[in-house]
Design a protein around this ligand. Structure first.
Ligand code: SAH
Length: 206
């Protein structure tokens, strides 16, 4: 067992993280799905994320199997982790809260799906993915094992890079110009630093 103070903080955060997911899975399960893009690529990417964010950290915490990769980290790393973890959890909860019944774990649209542009979605399009990046960084700073620590970050990057453009295409197909306009005024993971001037709309005879 590897359960020092940083690992215990990680474990508490992990329980909260799983609980938030559980609550919103339960809340959305009765909302009918009308579009589903759960193909082989999506399954492969999720199958990569599962060990990175769930299995490897638990193996490190509760078995000696990953001890060959244990290393020491400066105390400052743990303190950065202590600060990042609540920020990640808050953003994770808040993005579920703002999406509410429109949330899905994968690429799906629900009956009467609404485009959410309020709350944490007002300035960025992917606050939930931003929270998962923050979470993955906190995991790396708290777990003193170079495999289990950074596995969430390494496995989430391909999912993010592949899924985001697919998700945005799905949203454009569903919401058309409303989503295109939303893309113009928001950043992916960070807000635009300066207000973007609206792109001129082309008329047919221009
Ligand atoms: N990419 C977003 C949402 C992740 S959950 C984020 O990081 O915060 C994935 C699902 O959320 C998608 O299948 C899509 O149905 C839904 N979704 C994404 N952005 C949305 C928005 N602005 N409004 C409503 N639903 C959205």
């Amino acid at each position: 067992m590897n359960l020092g103070a940083p690992e215990l903080v990680f474990l508490v955060g992990f329980v909260v993280y799983v609980a938030i997911r559980g609550v919103y899975k339960e809340r959305t399960k009765r909302n009918a799905i009308i579009v589903r893009r759960f193909d082989g690529l999506e399954i492969a990417l999720l199958a990569l994320v599962l060990p990175g964010s769930l299995i490897l950290p638990l193996l490190y915490l509760f078995t000696p199997w990953l001890n060959f990769a244990n290393y020491s980290l400066p105390t400052a790393a743990a303190w950065c982790g202590y600060l990042l973890m609540p920020a990640a959890l808050w953003l994770f909860w808040r993005s579920h809260h703002d999406l509410d019944r429109n949330w899905s774990q994968t690429l799906e649209l629900r009956e009467d799906h609404q485009l959410i542009t309020r709350g944490v979605y007002r300035t960025i399009r992917h606050p939930m993915y931003a929270s998962i990046f923050l979470w993955s960084l906190a995991q790396g700073l708290l777990l003193r094992n170079c495999v289990a620590g950074w596995s969430a970050l390494i496995t989430f990057i391909p999912l993010y890079l592949v899924r985001t453009p697919r998700e945005e295409r799905m949203m454009i197909e569903a919401f058309g110009d409303d989503y295109r306009a939303y893309v113009q005024r928001t950043g992916r993971l960070l807000p635009h630093l300066v207000n973007q001037p609206p792109k001129p709309t082309r008329r047919k005879n221009d």
